[in-house]
Write a protein of this length. Structure first.
Length: 360
């Protein structure tokens, strides 16, 4: 046998697992196996598995190395039976296609993962009482520790729609603060800032393209817009209704283009504002020279509209993060909570607003 063959056989021997290790790998490794290999107690392995504090870093690394060598995976089902926690958050979502819901859901998933939690998503296909009741019932059957609801439609007002008993929950975009913990954007403050901005520029009044009537956020923006005009004794035009899409904003823009007294418009979201800008352009009206436009959301693309859109920034990521934070506080304290947390908004001024022509 050559020297190189001898060396190769030696390397192979070193890489080949010993009989005890090979036997452990033929069956699922247990916590006791990890403890023996790491030279620690099973309790220490359990603490490392659960991410508990109080384990010396060197010991933790030793246990993690043993887990990796043995291919050990903590038994989450057994751990849940012991602790009563599944480390999973249920999310009931009414409309996954809207920008706000998509970005809030992304933040919820990211924040939950950072805390060691997974999410179970349950979309609600239609805005009916039966579908929402079914979603609540189904979520009560799943292995979740708490529920976050992204439900903008007027469904939680009905006394027939309730969560399973003792369910820990947070609701985003709702006025259910007397029944559940609510996290929401400051819709009123944002809408008022938009109206005040246009009035301060010198516009006599502000028209409004509202979202759908069954939306909490849309209704709060309508009420804030109307209140801001009434408090300054300004005329309150009849609001136009859209459905959050650019197409509905375009249709509203076609109507407003025929209103000779319209010099300023507050649109309930940026997507509808985009459609409105197109309609005004097609009618030969310039923004902001002829009509000023303010949106709501501050989409990442809002600064690339033509012209760049003045809009109200709402922090969807912060809403999602706060939802997880509020829910985990309930889970860890095993106690339901009520009340509302408002996430601030701010007006982002760009090129779509200016003083009316009569004042220039």
């Amino acid at each position: 046998m050559t020297d190189s063959e001898t060396a190769e056989q030696g390397d192979t021997a070193r890489l080949r697992p010993g009989p005890a290790t090979a036997q452990r790998r033929r069956r699922s490794a247990s916590m006791a196996d990890v403890a023996r290999l790491a030279g620690v107690s099973a309790q220490t392995v359990s603490r490392v598995s659960n991410g508990a504090p109080g384990v010396v870093d060197a010991t933790r690394q030793q246990v993690l190395a043993a887990m990796k060598e043995l291919g050990y995976r903590p038994n989450s089902a057994a751990r849940a039976l012991k602790s009563g926690r599944f480390h999973t958050i249920g999310v009931i979502l009414f409309n996954i296609s809207t920008t706000g819901n998509t970005r809030t859901l992304e933040a919820i998933a990211t924040s939950a993962a950072a805390e060691g939690y997974a999410i179970t998503l349950l979309p609600v296909a239609a805005a009916t009482q039966d579908s929402v009741r079914g979603a609540f019932t189904r979520m009560g059957e799943l292995a979740v520790d708490g529920i976050i609801m992204l439900m903008e439609a007027h469904l939680l007002d009905a006394s027939t729609v309730t969560l399973p008993p003792r369910a820990l929950a947070v609701v985003a975009d709702s006025n259910a603060g007397d029944r559940y913990r609510v996290v929401d954007t400051d819709q009123v403050g944002g809408a008022q800032a938009a109206v005040q901005h246009l009035l301060q520029l010198g516009h006599d009044t502000v028209w409004h393209v509202a979202g759908p009537a069954d939306s909490y956020s849309a209704e709060r923006r309508v009420e804030a817009w109307r209140s801001a005009l009434q408090s300054r004794r300004r005329e309150v035009p009849e609001p136009l209704r859209g459905d959050w899409t650019a197409d509905s904003g375009y249709r509203a823009g076609l109507q407003l283009a025929e209103e000779p007294d319209c010099t300023a418009v507050f649109v309930a979201n940026d997507q509808m504002a985009l459609g409105l800008l197109r309609a005004l352009h097609e009618h030969g009206l310039r923004v902001p020279e002829d009509i000023s436009v303010v949106g709501f959301d501050d989409l990442p693309e809002a600064g690339s509209f033509l012209p760049p859109l003045t809009t109200v920034h709402q922090d969807f990521s912060e809403v999602g993060r706060r939802c997880v934070e509020e829910l985990l506080a309930q889970i860890r304290n095993d106690q339901e909570a009520t009340g509302t947390t408002l996430v601030p908004t701010r007006l982002v001024t760009r090129a779509s607003t200016a003083p009316p022509r009569s004042t220039r």
